[in-house]
Every structure is written in C-alpha cells, then in structure tokens.
Design a binder for this molecule. Sequence first.
Ligand code: NAD
Length: 497
Amino acid sequence: MTTIEHWVGGHTTAGRSARTAPVFDPATGEQQGEVRLATRDDVADAVGAADRAFEDWSQTSLARRAKVLFAFRELVNAHAEELAALIVAEHGKVFSDALGEVARGQEVIEFACGIPHLVKGEYSDQVSTGIDSFSFREPLGVVAGITPFNFPVMVPMWMHPVAIACGNTFVLKPSERDPSASNLVAELWQRAGLPDGVFNVVHGDKEAVDALLDDPRVSAVSFVGSTPIARYIHERGTANGKRVQALGGAKNHAIVLPDADIGFAAEHLSAAAFGSAGERCMAISAAVAVGGAGDAVVEAVSDLARAVRVGPGRDAASEMGPVVTRAAQERIESIVTAGEQQGAQVRVDGRGYVVPGHEGGFFVGPTVVDRVTSEMDVYREEIFGPVLSVVRADTVDEAIAFINANPYGNGTAIFTNSGEAARRFQRGVKVGMIGINVPVPVPMAFYSFGGWKDSLFGDKHVHGPEGVSFYTRAKVVTSRWPVPADASDATFHFRST
Ligand code: NAD
C-alpha cells in the first residue's frame, strides 16, 4: 500500500501529521493507498516555501516564464498516458476519458504559454500636455487552489498554469480521494525548470483548507467543488481579505424541441448524462422535453442507456466506469429510490448494478427517470451520478422559465433546428455556459469557464482572460518628464485640458 506525501519546496515530505485518509480503487472497492492529511503547520510550511519563492519568480522575465510553460507543456504531453493511468486508478473513469481530461488541461497550459501577450498593458500618449498614462499588471503573491475529485488533473490546470505564468507562486490542495496525479504534475513542473517552491502540493481535508483560508500570506484562493463548500470558502476567504473565485455545483438541463433530430439529441444526451458516470459539473442531468418530443426522447435515450458498456476504467471495452466511493454509490441509489417513491417512473434502473469479476466495485448503471417534477429529490439534488431525469414542458418559454427557477446556473443546452428558438434560449436563460446542439458546452481555454447563481461565488471565471485578470492586479501610471524651463508647472486645481 502506498502513502502519498506532500510536495513542498521541490521535494516530497511527510509533514507532521499522523492523520491519513484511505485511497480506493473504485473498480474493485479495495483500498490501494493512503494520503497524508496536512496539519496547519504543514500548510504553513508550504505557504512559506511559496512566499519565499515569490520574490524571485515574480521578477523573472516574461520570456523566461514562457519558456518554462512551453517545457511544461511538452512534459505533460509526453506523460499524458501516465497521468491518465493515475486518474483511472483513483477516480475510476475510463482511460480514453482520462486522456481527454489531460488534453483539456494541456490546452490551458498552451493558453498560458502566451503570457507575454496576455499581460500587455495600455498606453495613452499626451493625455494632458506633456503627460502620458499607462497601465500594467502585477502578480498577487501566493495563491491557493482547492480542487474536487472529479477532474484531478484538468481542474487544477484551470488554475496553476495561468497563476504561475502571471508570476504568482502556488499551493495546491487537491481532493484527498484521488491525490496522486498532483504529485506527478509537481515533478513535471520541476523538470520543466520551474524554481523550487513556485508550485507546492499539500494533501488534506478541512484542516488544511481552513489553514489556507486563514493564512495572511495567501493573497487569493481558487476553489472548485460543491456549492455548500464553495459558499463557505468564499465567505471565509473574503472575510480574511483575499480574492476568491469559488465554483460550485450544478444541475444542467438540456431542452429538446419537437423539431430536433431526436436520434442526434438522444445520442448526445446519453453521452452527456452517463459519460464519466455523470461525475462532471457540466453533465446533463435533466432533459426538458417540449411538446410532443417527450415519449420519443425517453424511448431513444433509454435504449442507449441499456447499451452502455459499464466496467473498470482500465478495460478498453468499458464506456463508463464506477463512481468514486461506496458513499457516492449509496447516495445516488437512495436518491433514485426517493424519486420513485415520490411518483417518478424509473425507465432504466442502474441500482444494484454488478460487473462480473468486480463485485466489490462502486458501480451504478445508467439510469433514466421519467415524469420528474421540480418538487422531487431526484430533481432538486445534484446527484453527481449516471442518472438522467426527464421533465416535460409545453413550450420553449416554459422550458426556459423552468431552467431559470433552478438555483444553479452552470451549463445548459438546447437541441433544435430553429435558429429563432435557439436565439430566444441563449438570450433568456440565466446560465453561464450555453450549448446549441452541443450538450457539454465547456469553453475552450482562451475563453473563461464559469457558471452563474449558486454555481459560482465571486465575480471572475477561471482561465481565459478572466483567469489572467483574477491572478493579477493593475497599476496605472501617470507620468511627466518636464523640460527644465517647465519645472514649476504645478497647479492647485484639476486641469481642463
Ligand atoms: P467537495 O466540495 O466535497 O470537495 C472539494 C474540495 O473541498 C476538496 O479539495 C475537499 O477536500 C474540500 N472540502 C471538502 N469538504 C470541506 C469542508 N467542510 N471544508 C473545507 N474544505 C472542504 O466536492 P467534490 O465531491 O470533491 O467534487 C464534486 C463537486 O464539485 C460537485 O458538486 C461538482 O458539481 C463540483 N464541481 C464543480 C465544477 C465547476 O466548474 N463548477 C467543476 C468540477 C466539479
């Protein structure tokens, strides 16, 4: 059994804590390792290393920083399969999906390689006689990233390549459920030429998170995880004077209009609901079938759900792996049962799913629940499992109003052949990321990612231009170089020209 250590100041360390958490193989249900859970002092050591490294790294030229980013990109690319294998082993998703996760993270590194261009300032010549104004952006200092289990490589990469490219130093507190990939990422940064202490990893739970939120040397916190914790991180971090972006949970709807190609919509709904066992913050968990589309959608998507090949992530034949823990498996099943008791119709039932040879694994089969209403638990809860609820609406406006009544606002999609309906949807829906015949509309790295309402606390989205803005602050300089004869030009009033 392996023990996963922290990475501080360029090397692994056990820290001081005697506490550990088990790390499971979700495909077998067996414990395969343990991860150390940092104490406040362990976190203070990591923040100290980052704080000391900031002085030099923040003064390192843009050209040099970009070179490190390019080298890191090459190393992540060369080790993509190794990273994906670590994801599969601890998260459980299928290998091809894990490789896709690494690729999406790598796109953020590629975005950050353009840092010299991204932090260019503005210059205004002759704003007043003999006076010029210009702006430039500086890094913040030590920034922290606190991340969820569902994308152990990609979500941290939404943060650290941009933060580090901007000249900050970074302390990552990854999910304790799948911690190993972060240590390999740390090694790759070091091999890319990043000075020790610029990127650090502390493993842990609430104790480590609270230590990061309370440490005055941490200037900013990026968080991705569930809504109650996101709200808490935002409140405590901002109360301590930090910049905070905290991305929360989701309940993503896809409207299917009667004019859509139902076969196309069902294929995409199935992939968006059951891919990665539904453990994606952009998964579609509710289909809103409009008018006569309902029965055909339920039939088509149920056929596809029954055909999904469920099995261990490391088996190339598997299309969907297990969920992350026994507790997640039991919670998902109990919410489906509650939905059934509250009047929903379970059309495809993934409860009690057994994969031969992997009887102890945390498997839940694809599940389709029809005739769901907004009062039922199966709709109200973020299930975070392979469960698609189908609700019915009479008109597109009713469907939009239904989505807007939901407290979350992360992603949403519409399937239609009507440009007019799609435009009404994109303008009327109160959601941050919108797909038109695209069910999982994750923005590319050069745009910013983030939801509205209870899906994001704070005002900046991650990566893209808003990521650069989050990890830097601006200075505006007003400058005059008087010629000697002009030296006593001071006035006691604002000049009108
Ligand atoms: P989680 O909120 O349980 O954990 C996220 C992080 O917070 C982990 O690092 C964890 O150690 C820490 N944490 C947990 N409890 C804490 C506490 N009481 N105090 C302080 N820190 C605590 O989330 P998860 O189960 O790992 O991930 C799934 C959730 O993440 C889902 O709700 C999903 O929608 C959300 N998510 C959102 C996005 C997005 O972009 N909005 C992306 C991915 C995942």
